[in-house]
Design a protein around this ligand. Sequence first.
Ligand SMILES: *[C@@H]1O[C@H](CO)[C@@H](O)[C@H](O)[C@H]1NC(C)=O
Ligand SMILES: *[C@@H]1O[C@H](CO)[C@@H](O)[C@H](O)[C@H]1NC(C)=O
Ligand SMILES: *[C@@H]1O[C@H](CO)[C@@H](O)[C@H](O)[C@H]1NC(C)=O
Ligand SMILES: *[C@@H]1O[C@H](CO)[C@@H](O)[C@H](O)[C@H]1NC(C)=O
Ligand SMILES: *[C@@H]1O[C@H](CO)[C@@H](O)[C@H](O)[C@H]1NC(C)=O
Ligand SMILES: *[C@@H]1O[C@H](CO)[C@@H](O)[C@H](O)[C@H]1NC(C)=O
Ligand SMILES: *[C@@H]1O[C@H](CO)[C@@H](O)[C@H](O)[C@H]1NC(C)=O
Ligand SMILES: *[C@@H]1O[C@H](CO)[C@@H](O)[C@H](O)[C@H]1NC(C)=O
Length: 410
Amino acid sequence: MLSNIFFLLFLTLTVQARKWIVPGALWYDTTGAKIDAHGAGMWKVCSTYYLTGSSYASSMQPRTYSSTDLTNWVNRGIQFPIPNMFRPKMFYTGDRYWIFGQVNRTVQSLWSHTPIGGWHNGTDMLDPHNSTTNFGITDQGVFADTDGKVYYLASADHNNLQVNIIRPNGTVGEIIGDISGAYEAPGCFKVDGTYFIVTSNKTAYAPNPDKVFWATDLHGPWNGPQDIAPESTNTYNSQNTYDLVVEGSERTTYVYTGDEWTIEGDPRSNYVWLPMSVDGTNVTLQYHPIWRVDVRTGEISTPEPGRWYKAPRASPCNSPVTFTNVKGTGAMRWVSFYYTVSDPTAGDAQISINGAAAANISTYNSRAGYSEVVPVGLKLKRGRNSIEVSCTGYSNFTVSLKGIEVHDDY
Ligand SMILES: *[C@@H]1O[C@H](CO)[C@@H](O)[C@H](O)[C@H]1NC(C)=O
Ligand SMILES: *[C@@H]1O[C@H](CO)[C@@H](O)[C@H](O)[C@H]1NC(C)=O
Ligand SMILES: *[C@@H]1O[C@H](CO)[C@@H](O)[C@H](O)[C@H]1NC(C)=O
Ligand SMILES: *[C@@H]1O[C@H](CO)[C@@H](O)[C@H](O)[C@H]1NC(C)=O
Ligand SMILES: *[C@@H]1O[C@H](CO)[C@@H](O)[C@H](O)[C@H]1NC(C)=O
Ligand SMILES: *[C@@H]1O[C@H](CO)[C@@H](O)[C@H](O)[C@H]1NC(C)=O
Ligand SMILES: *[C@@H]1O[C@H](CO)[C@@H](O)[C@H](O)[C@H]1NC(C)=O
Ligand SMILES: *[C@@H]1O[C@H](CO)[C@@H](O)[C@H](O)[C@H]1NC(C)=O
């Protein structure tokens, strides 16, 4: 226990705490390693959030992180040695914690008396369907209602998104509601008396415009679908995985959490988390390049404007554009690049700091198409820095750079 405390203290002292959520940016845990929990879900115990997802760097075994502020996450390790577990979701029902994950197109349960460690294999591969229909399932979700009852959201292979009861003994019970169509990756949240299901189309690892359905009863009838973001953004380049309710002292904030998959679906995939506005039955993602939610009050904030450096030229493609005398402190900070690209698939914009390659922002380039602001976490040395933006790509790849905004914090 004491060594744990020293260990945590050590982490706090050596790794810079992170203040902001930056959709699509690299997200590191408290040791500085890239967070590796894809298709994840969240479960809150007292004031701790547990994020359990599929570790794409470790054979897709279930990995859990914990946090008390939703921005700084401690890696709590692989929870059970079971490979190829997709979209694991941790929750509590009956007298124990459960992780339900998709293995071989059916659901495998794990259980434990604590949220971290002590996991046991569930006795069987649970089939959420009856023996007559016997559908396989893909890209599942879990929803806990305000009355404590828990539901399994199965996006069935046969193009029927189903709401199933999860019994207190951790088995999947009957189907109580369904939505017909080719949907997957469902999440559900409740606002007053209305249930919302956020779900994506089935386009493998390519993003698509995710939809929302709504009903006043989980049995349905389900209304919708409606887009949750402007269609052309493909859900800001992401796919739903879990929809979080942050009930604060001042307000309740609904948070969409999604995966920004690489097209290969590999460990380089990032995360897009955004607050949702809910106006009647109109649910829309509120895009902020940099934001946070205060878990105590539920309030959302965005950073103060940073220091602005205007680009001396718009195009970094024939020769690099250099920003000189950029002030740093030796700590990490968010630097927002204001630029647009002609075609995100046709090239890469790149960044170097003081002559050393710092980041490829290629995976961020698609974002430049719709928000024009791409924040990148960079360490600038104390004093003056030189930031250079260059570009490589096909001849039709053009970049129009306005400038950079250097924020004070990270
Ligand atoms: C999943 O299927 C593969 C290949 O059929 C098999 O090797 C593996 O043991 C199965 N995994 C589980 C958890 O049943
Ligand atoms: C867990 O159960 C699954 C299916 O019942 C089985 O394939 C797998 O080998 C078990 N894993 C362990 C570590 O017991
Ligand atoms: C199983 O599914 C079939 C086909 O939908 C249905 O007729 C039957 O009533 C179901 N059985 C149970 C036990 O739910
Ligand atoms: C779980 O509960 C259901 C309904 O009460 C029962 O039919 C089933 O046998 C139980 N399964 C296990 C594994 O305890
Ligand atoms: C999913 O996307 C495909 C291709 O864009 C489209 O044809 C189909 O209608 C969509 N399915 C649903 C259920 O929206
Ligand atoms: C839904 O909300 C968004 C954002 O607040 C707004 O732009 C849009 O017009 C609304 N749609 C409807 C149908 O009210
Ligand atoms: C950027 O991408 C290029 C080409 O894929 C690669 O050679 C280079 O190492 C990358 N740079 C950084 C800083 O990741
Ligand atoms: C740019 O060029 C590439 C390679 O020739 C091509 O695949 C892409 O479609 C072009 N983009 C546009 C917007 O014309």
